[in-house]
Design a protein around this ligand. Structure first.
Ligand code: SF4
Length: 296
């Protein structure tokens, strides 16, 4: 059963604009996420191994958010709001609860621009609402010329391999459905692309696999693809590093040693690895004529 908790603040203001997604605020209707990705950075003992079991809804999110949006709008502090930065705003509970829909209605009322990255197809339910936001949202001055629209949509994809996705992202829509979703969002006129973060070392970061992801993004009309590396946190039973290693030991034991060498006792691979990944992705983006960032 979904737990509930009352919160004092829901609109988080970042210290600076996110360089990938351009958001300056984030709002998360839930704590935890039923997509339950093994590599998820929010994992930890608080949610247990199955995050769906301890999922919590912020029960008073709407009145608190309205108050915070009202104040920011009054001060003309407009910025892109990421809806679901530490949860998937369209996870399966949303179908009944319609809490993300209500959040979008508030963002429309106060004319805040929106960024959403999802692994679910339920977002299509809110297309009409998102179109309204896209038209009327007020952008920060420096984005007005370069972005010119109020909604940025992303489909999150770490691999095109359905078998691997089933294990690593058990509660998410299959990769092909996510790719088809981009085409649908593009047909509806949105700025939409692929958030390929995390790309999985030795699984989806090879030339061949990376090319499959970038080619698929292009084939499904994505405006952009953002490719970034994997971070694996913690050593507790429910932490991402522990669960990801369990996945490797069971399904890809030949990779355990390679991961040991790459990560050591750190949570991330060395900068050299990230630089090489970026170079490979940039080259492929040029080959397929697709942007490696949201705006030029
Ligand atoms: S969809 Fe995102 S927030 Fe949800 S479990 Fe997966 S990585 Fe975590």
């Amino acid at each position: 059963m979904l737990s509930q908790k009352s919160v004092k603040s829901v609109l988080n203001k970042h210290k600076k604009r996110d360089s990938w997604f351009l958001d300056e605020y984030s709002v998360n209707p839930f704590e935890g996420c039923s997509c339950n990705c093994l590599y998820c950075y929010i994992r930890g003992s608080k949610y247990g191994e199955n995050m769906n079991e301890r999922l919590t809804l912020k029960s008073n999110i709407l009145p608190v958010l309205e108050k915070q949006l009202q104040l920011r709008a009054k001060k003309n502090q407009y910025g892109i709001v990421a809806v679901g930065s530490a949860t998937d705003a369209y996870m399966h509970h949303e179908e009944k609860l319609e809490i993300t829909k209500a959040i979008l209605e508030l963002l429309l009322k106060y004319r805040f621009p929106v960024f959403i990255s999802t692994k679910q197809t339920l977002i299509t339910r809110d297309i009409a609402l998102l179109k309204e936001i896209d038209k009327v949202a007020i952008l920060p001055v420096d984005l007005k010329l370069s972005l010119k629209r109020g909604v940025i949509l992303s489909v999150s994809l770490s691999t095109t391999n359905e078998k691997i996705s089933n294990i690593l992202e058990p509660g998410a829509a299959p990769p092909l459905q996510r790719l088809q979703l981009i085409r649908q969002l593009k047909t509806e006129g949105f700025l939409a692309g692929v958030n390929a973060i995390p790309i999985l070392p030795f699984i989806s970061d090879t030339e061949e696999e990376l090319e499959k992801i970038i080619a698929a993004a292009k084939q499904h009309d994505a405006d952009y693809i953002l490719a970034g590396g994997l971070t694996l946190f913690g050593d507790g039973m429910a932490d991402s590093k522990t669960l990801y290693y369990k996945f490797l030991q069971r399904y890809k034991p030949e990779l355990v040693e390679k991961y040991d060498l790459l990560f050591g006792d750190k949570f991330y691979a060395p900068w050299k690895y990230h630089d090489e990944l970026k170079s490979k992705a940039d080259l492929l983006c040029r080959k397929y004529n697709i942007r490696n960032r949201i705006i030029e």
